[in-house]
Design a protein around this ligand. Structure first.
Ligand code: DGJ
Length: 448
């Protein structure tokens, strides 16, 4: 659908924003029944932000479209002709969150911050996430930042961590940069971002963490480094005997994937076969979150060992490196997308299974110490599509500051049109002493 419009604008981020706006217009118009609310909000606000030249080109493009589109596009034409070109309205919502719907920012464009998390700091919220383009899930722009006072109306603060055009750089445009999370370090006064990094052209083989810091919440973040986690160091919850046994596993010497998924193979995985395999290079680090405990200690929590086992690793006092202490959690359970919170001394972690971009049933674990033992519970989701996490995959759980309220956040991925992925934010409620996430079509954080 982009056609000639790919020529508009000089830099990729601008192109992508333009593509996104244009795709919405086309998609919303084609959707029966015609969605008047989204149409007027998103479309009007988007068009008003276009420069005169872009509007001319949009008009020309629409006029060239085949007749079959034309009836519906008469609506568009009316707007294109009538719009006061220089006016850029500020989009203000009504304080509601509508899971799964387009979520316009202050300029009327769907928020582009996927797989992200929210930092609550100094009375404000900052939402960081992956900027997704329209055609690929690889990172073409970087990590975006939005700010808000009320969790429903978000102001686009731009790109907090940018990908770069230097060939061979860890953050080279086209790398995979996923699930960024930002925490504030009171000791240094720095904002620290952790993320999952895959090197350009290498698929998901690198399995590295990345870390960056900034002096301001909106960035710019300065990239520090990437890597596997804690080479040479064994997890605390693996005894000496288990370490020896895992390292001596015969299938490790031949092929760790031989007889994959058979019960003996699963048992070797649980024992730590992949941890032992990666002890020299360091542990794999993919889907991740960062959690700051009430004593100020922070933890990097990530999918490791070929996504078969989770790891919780303690961070240094400045939050920019690992201390060396870590544990394996739920070995062999195949968890991705960890999101965690703590209430009344209990840690609750909601995760997903591993089905690529497709949704699956959420899992939940709890522990009274971050160092475990961790107990598995049933899916906490309730309501339509609860067995598929409402079509989404967990990414973060926010504790609303000064309250006992928690908000579960998930992404409904759209791998064929990544920038149009949607957000599912829902408040956590409690049943029988356990967290539940109940579907709601619309709710207001201000009424929690
Ligand atoms: C599921 C992960 O949770 C996402 O972050 C992403 O890595 C996709 N897999 C890729 O298939």
């Amino acid at each position: 659908m982009q056609g000639d419009f790919r020529k508009i604008g000089g830099d990729n981020s601008y192109l992508s924003v333009f593509d996104t706006k244009f795709s919405y217009i086309c998609e919303e118009i084609r959707k029966p029944p015609f969605n008047g609310r989204i149409y007027s909000r998103v479309f009007l606000a988007s068009l008003a932000n276009f420069a005169t030249e872009n509007l001319r080109q949009l008009r020309a493009y629409i006029l060239k479209l085949p007749l079959k589109y034309f009836m519906k596009l008469t609506h568009v034409l009316a707007f294109v002709t009538a719009l006061p070109l220089a006016q850029a309205p500020v989009f203000a919502g009504d304080g509601s969150i509508r899971p799964g719907e387009i979520w316009p920012d202050n300029t009327g464009v769907h928020i582009n911050a996927h797989g992200g998390g929210v930092l609550a700091h100094d009375g404000k919220y900052y939402w960081y996430g992956e900027h997704k383009s329209d055609h690929t899930s690889s990172a073409l722009v970087g990590v975006t930042c939005y700010s808000s006072d009320n969790l429903s109306d978000w102001t686009n603060c731009g790109v907090a961590l940018k990908v770069v055009d230097t060939e061979g750089h860890d953050l080279e445009r086209g790398c995979v940069l996923e699930r960024p999370k930002v925490v504030y370090n009171a000791l240094t006064g720095k904002y620290v971002m952790w993320f999952h990094l895959e090197l350009k052209g290498k698929g998901y083989a690198a399995a590295r963490y990345g870390v960056a810091t900034a002096d301001n919440p909106e960035g710019p973040f300065t990239y520090l480094r990437s890597g596997r986690v804690l080479p040479g160091i064994y997890p605390e919850n693996m005894s000496l005997a288990e370490r020896r046994e895992a390292a001596a596993l015969p299938r490790l010497a031949s092929d760790p994937w031989a007889e994959a998924w058979s019960e003996p193979w699963r048992s070797d995985v649980r024992l730590g076969m992949f941890n032992a395999r990666d002890i020299v290079s360091g542990q794999m680090a993919r889907d991740m979150t960062v959690f700051v405990d009430d004593d100020g200690k922070a933890y990097h929590i990530f999918s490791s060992e070929e996504n078969l086992t989770l790891v919780i690793a303690e961070l240094s006092a400045d939050y920019t490196s690992h201390t060396g202490r870590y544990i394996r959690v739920a070995p062999g359970d195949q968890n991705e997308a960890p999101a965690i919170f703590k209430k009344d001394g209990t840690y609750w972690m909601i995760t997903s299974g591993c089905t690529g971009w497709d949704p699956n049933e959420a899992r939940m674990y709890s522990a009274t110490s971050i160092w475990g033992p961790w107990t598995r519970h049933k899916n906490p989701c309730r309501g339509p599509k609860a067995e598929l996490t409402f079509g989404g995959q967990s990414t973060y759980i926010l504790n609303v500051p000064g309250t006992d309220n928690f908000i579960f956040m998930a992404d409904i991925w759209r791998p064929k049109h990544p920038s149009d992925a949607r957000y599912v934010w829902l408040p956590i409620s409690w049943a029988d002493g356990k967290p539940t996430v109940e579907w709601q079509q619309e709710w207001k954080p201000g009424e929690l």
